[in-house]
Design a protein around this ligand. Structure first.
Ligand code: IPM
Ligand code: MG
Length: 394
């Protein structure tokens, strides 16, 4: 028996191609683990009416450590149309299994590091006054509250009477009074103080541990006075225990603009669920995009690591696969960090850095060409070739 058992959930589309590559890297770096496959994703929605089957939840509850690939989610009507006809009248509603998993296991801390690798042709560059090209070093760690806010799933179209009654106690709701039920959609943004406190503290602790000089709360307290306001209050409170770290505050919209002006100025960023989703994709775009964006969903007991890219159905059928496995491999490195295998994690990141810097093996995204059956002929590495190159550098 190995020390750790990792629940592998490849999911849909390219999740199936990249997840096994990350396992190859974990094995090559000598991580002492067993792997057990678990079902998740669209097929299980269509066949069983549940994209996150109970048997998968049981495996995660048992082993506490997961690697997840990607899932396909489709809109309400398509989801119903693809469901097994025998299940159609049962009132089943599709809900994203990764969001469900984060909530089921209270994986409330989402960490998304965005760090540029020198030599990556996809790194963000800007122009200096004298028209030279300047490539700022981006090293940002995003902490996204992962279970609440707009993702809580408390929403309605045509809300029930009691809900309307409750809303009508708020004077601002007067504006919507008289809107016919079917024409009224409500998605709530719910924050709890406890979750705000946990995410801001995790951000400060990370800043201290890794020597970042600032923590930036990225919300919108000028408009979302209650929810963003609570996050800001908790950040100020937590700051008292971390006086050596600066506390900054930006609005999400302004942050989107500043990120291409001065990305090197930011260290740790902390945000609620939706804004964290947005700001993490935005920073990922500066360091190579979704092919490089890794993440960890971390709770007190269970942790699941995943690339932030989707299932990219259009690339899923290509044989051999051509998508960039680096985001998945870096997510596996985060799993190593999480279990205290820091030295192995560093070796994986150093191997990725070496392959990127050398520039000989590049997937289509790194060549800035279209992905498709022709990209290999145009010099792009396959998914496996990229992994092979990384393993060779270990
Ligand atoms: C992410 C993704 C997910 C999210 C989707 C797939 C539900 O965009 O992990 O960032 O919105 O959280
Ligand atoms: Mg996202």
């Amino acid at each position: 028996m190995n020390t750790f058992t990792v629940v592998t959930m490849p999911g849909d589309g390219i999740g199936q191609s990249v997840l096994p590559e990350s396992v190859r890297v974990l094995e090559a770096v000598g991580f002492d683990a067993d792997y057990v496959h678990a079902d998740i994703g669209w097929d299980f929605w269509c066949r069983e009416g549940n994209p996150l089957p109970d048997r998968t939840i049981d495996l995660l509850a048992q082993h506490k450590l997961g690697l997840f690939g990607a899932i396909t989610s489709k809109p309400k009507k398509e989801a119903l149309a693809e469901l097994d006809p025998d299940l159609r009248d049962k009132g089943l509603v599709y809900f994203s299994p990764i969001v469900a998993m984060r909530q089921r296991f209270d994986l409330d801390i989402c960490l998304r590091p965005c760090r540029s690798f020198p030599g990556n042709p996809l790194n963000f560059v800007r122009q200096t006054l004298d028209r030279r090209i300047d490539e700022p070093v981006v090293d940002v760690a995003i902490f996204r509250q992962n279970t609440e806010g707009l993702y809580a799933g408390v929403e309605w179209t045509d809300p029930p009477a009691q809900v309307l009654e409750a809303f009508e106690t708020h004077k601002k709701f007067g504006f919507f009074k008289g809107t016919p039920g079917p024409d009224l959609a409500i998605s709530t943004r719910i924050f709890t103080r406890n979750a705000c406190r946990r995410i801001v503290r995790a951000a400060f602790e990370h800043a201290r541990k890794f020597g970042y000089k600032s923590v930036t709360v990225c919300e919108k307290p000028n408009v979302l006075r209650e929810t963003s306001g609570m996050m800001e209050d908790e950040a100020k409170r937590a700051h008292q225990d971390f006086p050596e770290i600066q506390l900054w505050s930006t609005n999400i919209d302004a942050q989107m603009m500043w990120l291409t002006k001065n990305p090197e100025d930011y260290g740790v960023i902390v945000a609620g669920n939706m804004f964290g989703d947005i700001v993490s994709d935005a920073f990922a775009g500066l360091v190579g995009g979704l092919g490089f964006a890794c993440s960890g969903n971390i709770g007190d007991e269970v942790a699941v690591f995943e690339p932030t890219h989707g299932s990219a159905p259009k690339y899923a059928e290509l044989d051999p696969p051509i998508v960039n496995p680096i985001a998945m491999i870096l997510s596996a490195a985060m799993l190593l960090d999480h279990v205290g295998e820091t030295e192995k994690a560093e070796r994986v990141r150093a191997a990725v850095a070496a392959v990127v810097a050398e520039g000989k093996v590049r997937t289509y995204d790194m060549l800035k060409i279209a992905g498709g059956p022709l990209s290999i002929g145009r010099g792009a590495a396959t998914t496996q070739q990229m992994t092979d190159a990384i393993i060779a550098r270990l």
